[in-house]
Ligand binder design. Structure first.
Ligand SMILES: [Zn+2]
Length: 264
């Protein structure tokens, strides 16, 4: 027997096995990672994206337009803001218009006087979560808490029953309809991108002028602190809104607030 050959054969075989084992383990780990990512994507789709698409496309459990009215509804999200919401309330008062505010609970806590004023001046106040957080990343328990805390803080300053809810960014998860069934979920018929200064300057006024069909729900923002928004965008929104309201007054267009006349 050739000793050289034996040495080579015996010592090399375990190396090959070891190589195969390491390679096999790597493939197994990669497969596991792929399965994990695939399951995660499926979970995200079924928990958040599909429910949002289904609810919004089919219009199940939500209101996008108001029936049986000649008026249009101005709705404002993301406030109250100590600067812009006060200016907005002044403007609405000047034109004798009652609107609807979907407020963020933590901002209500910081600005109780503004909420009291909204209520005293006849505006409707609805829930827009306690923190401006998407339903996509909220567990059912967290969502329940967001609704409860915001309802409590609105109650505290208005003593009024909260009837309306608009989820931030219009996002739903698979539990949203069930957990918010005590409220009317109000979406919108017209959205303008008024959280960006550029849109306010270029397109907002023209878009507002086309949004006057009876029952329309117009979505605007009285606070620019939300991620993705320009902080001073409400300043430009207000300028355009003032021109729009002036024109509406001349044309005899009327405005409604959601709590009036059981419109929903
Ligand atoms: Zn919002």
């Amino acid at each position: 027997m050739n000793p050289k050959y034996n040495t080579y054969y015996i010592s090399d075989k375990p190396k090959i096995n070891l190589y195969i084992d390491v390679k096999g383990n790597k493939i197994f780990v990669i497969k596991l990672i792929f399965i994990f990512i695939f399951c995660l994507i499926l979970l995200i789709l079924f928990y958040s994206i599909f429910p949002t698409l289904f609810i919004r496309i089919k219009g199940i459990g939500i209101t996008k337009k108001i029936k049986n009215t000649n008026g249009i509804a101005l709705t404002f999200d993301d406030g109250p803001n100590p600067k812009y919401t006060v200016q907005l309330l002044d403007l609405l008062k000047e034109y004798g218009i009652q609107a609807t505010f979907f407020v963020v609970g933590e901002k209500v806590v910081k600005n109780p006087e503004i909420i009291k004023r909204m209520h005293q001046e006849g505006h409707t106040i609805g829930i827009h979560h306690f923190n401006h957080i998407s339903n996509w990343i909220l567990s059912p328990f967290q969502l329940k808490k967001q609704l409860r805390l915001t309802e409590e803080v609105i109650n505290k300053y208005t003593n009024e029953m909260v009837m309306f809810y608009r989820p931030p960014w219009g996002h739903f998860n698979i539990f949203t309809l069930m957990l918010s069934k005590r409220f009317n979920i109000i979406m919108w018929s017209h959205i303008f991108g008024d959280w960006k200064v550029e849109n306010c300057k270029k397109t907002l006024l023209d878009q507002l002028r086309t949004a006057t069909s009876p029952g329309s729900i117009l979505l605007l923002h009285d606070c620019g602190e939300t991620p993705g928004a320009d902080e001073d965008a409400p300043e430009y929104m207000l300028k355009n809104l003032e021109i729009f309201l002036k024109e509406c007054k001349k044309q005899g267009i009327t405005f409604i607030t959601l709590k009036d006349k059981r419109l929903i």
